[in-house]
Write a protein that binds this ligand. Structure first.
Ligand SMILES: Cc1cc2nc3c(=O)[nH]c(=O)nc-3n(C[C@H](O)[C@H](O)[C@H](O)COP(=O)(O)OP(=O)(O)OC[C@H]3O[C@@H](n4cnc5c(N)ncnc54)[C@H](O)[C@@H]3O)c2cc1C
Length: 249
């Protein structure tokens, strides 16, 4: 009917913070109760809108960290000079209300159905591991046996997000870290930024027709996607999600 607001994924609504959980000193997971949530797919994101007392508004996108069927959660990395992330990671408390809309995006998704039977190669830089975590959780929940390799680039072990969860490595999942700036004593894993040689060692051979999901800062995503294509991955098998120029992992 004309003039009637149709509620949907692009309608702003008020959610309530259920809990906040520190993942690292600068990263926090925020679980939300969203009254009018149509359900989401692994790999989608949502938008958050903050409104200041003078009416100034700021909107940012955040990947959904939880699997379909789980309560909505986002995981936010604090950028000290950022406008929105310091509020989300430092000020927001359980019981607070926040405006959001979503779920958004149908491209960077993995549904785990019959058409998603190819080996998965997940490549994450920094907080780019958030949608990858949703994909891994979804894989477990639907009982998929698709083999997965996750190559995760973090600045240091202390800054690696979801360490205990990823360390559990369910059957068929391999998590490979590279720590670009600081390593714990005795570290034997990769210790440099992701490069062509590392991708060649870690990636499933292109002949196995794998599906690749690359997420993180724009420069990381562009370099990694180009390396995968050079390795013989067809561009349409390399899905990318760019978080913006939010620092190199
Ligand atoms: C689809 C999508 C999903 C995302 N998912 C996540 C997620 O799961 N987790 C997460 O932490 N982030 C995610 N992001 C990034 C997120 O949307 C924000 O960009 C991030 O939180 C920073 O927002 P901010 O307001 O704190 O920083 P901003 O105020 O936007 O600043 C970001 C950086 O840009 C610099 N900057 C700002 N303005 C200027 C300027 N005029 N000139 C030069 N430099 C400037 C700042 O110094 C800062 O370092 C996602 C982004 C997209 C697009």
């Amino acid at each position: 009917m004309a003039g009637t607001a149709v509620r949907g994924r692009l309608t702003w609504q008020t959610a309530t913070v259920d809990s906040v959980t520190d993942e690292t000193p600068s990263v926090r997971t925020i679980s939300l109760s969203v009254p009018d949530w149509a359900g989401h797919r692994a790999g989608q994101h949502l938008d958050i809108r903050l409104t200041a007392e003078d009416g100034y508004r700021a909107e940012r996108s955040y990947s959904i960290a939880s699997a379909p069927g789980e309560p909505v959660a986002i995981t936010v990395e604090r950028l000290d000079d950022g406008e929105v992330s310091p509020y989300l990671t430092e000020e927001l408390r359980a019981g607070d209300e926040i405006e959001l809309r979503g779920p958004i995006g149908g491209y960077f998704v993995w549904d785990g159905g019959a058409s998603d039977s190819a080996p998965l190669l997940l490549l994450a830089g920094g907080s780019g591991v958030v949608p990858q975590r949703a994909i891994l959780r979804h894989r477990s929940r639907v009982g998929s046996s698709v083999p997965v390799r996750l190559l995760y680039s973090a600045r240091s072990w202390a800054e690696a997000i979801y360490r205990s969860e990823l360390g559990a490595e369910p059957d068929g999942v391999q998590v490979i870290y590279t720590l670009t700036r600081e390593r714990p004593p005795g570290w034997t894993g990769y210790a440099r930024r992701v490069d062509q040689a590392m991708i060649t060692e870690v990636a499933w051979p292109a002949a196995q027709a794998p599906a690749a999901y690359v997420c993180g800062p724009t420069s990381f995503v562009e370099a990694v996607a180009a390396d995968l294509v050079a390795l013989g991955y067809p561009p349409q098998r390399v899905k990318t999600e760019r978080f913006g120029a939010t620092g190199a992992p």
